[in-house]
Ligand binder design. Structure first.
Ligand SMILES: [Zn+2]
Ligand SMILES: [Zn+2]
Ligand SMILES: [Zn+2]
Length: 195
């Protein structure tokens, strides 16, 4: 039984009798069955639900400081020149199909392979021409929080990608010049081991 499940179970005991009754049911019906007799099913399904899935192989481009997907043979289109080139320091994994907490509508652009915000009717400026084009997973990204990861990932209000704002240098923006940070301060999970 996980710690969360144990806490949940303990919160349901009001008397020593109910505690003994519960463990009696564990023996007879197994842990899930015993919990189902005590805990409302909505609470139970939340407590036992697996964590939302994550996709890794998201990397920072050394040249434009944009977050891009490095899992394909091709590396998209970089606003500085040619294709993106990954930095060696961090491999990021991003949560998708999640109700939160965090901001939804962060998507992969199938034209430039950057991570961009798809929540506005404008689709930013894509280095491959026109606006970005969303494909695949819908990512939910934590911001302004203490979860493990790297902070200072920001939305660029000119080209609408996610870029790293933690250095003096602000990369290269497809909408000319350098990226410009706006809105939330995202904390992205870089706890993936790099071999
Ligand atoms: Zn790039
Ligand atoms: Zn794009
Ligand atoms: Zn930009």
């Amino acid at each position: 039984m996980s710690k969360a499940e144990l806490n949940l179970v303990q919160s349901c005991f009001h008397t020593e009798l109910s505690r003994r009754d519960f463990f009696d049911r564990v023996v007879r019906y197994g842990i899930a069955g015993a919990m189902a007799t005590l805990v409302p099913s909505t609470v139970l399904s939340r407590a036992l639900a697996p964590p939302p899935p994550k996709q890794d192989n998201w990397r920072r481009c050394n040249k434009c400081l944009t977050m891009f997907y490095n899992g394909f043979r091709t590396k998209g289109r970089c606003p500085k020149s040619g294709a993106h080139i990954r930095g060696d320091e961090s491999n990021f994994k991003l949560t998708y199909n999640s109700a939160g907490p965090g901001q939804r509508e962060w998507r992969y652009c199938s034209k430039c392979q950057a991570l961009f915000y798809n929540g506005y009717s404008s689709k930013g400026v894509c280095p491959a021409g026109g606006g970005h084009f969303a494909q695949g997973f819908n990512f939910t990204l934590p911001h302004d929080t203490n979860v493990p990861g790297q902070r200072d990932w920001r939305f660029c209000d000119k080209c609408e990608v996610m870029f790293y704002n933690g250095w003096n240098e602000k990369g290269v923006c497809a909408a000319r010049g350098i990226h410009n940070a706006q809105g939330y301060n995202f904390v992205l999970d870089n706890t993936v081991r790099i071999d």
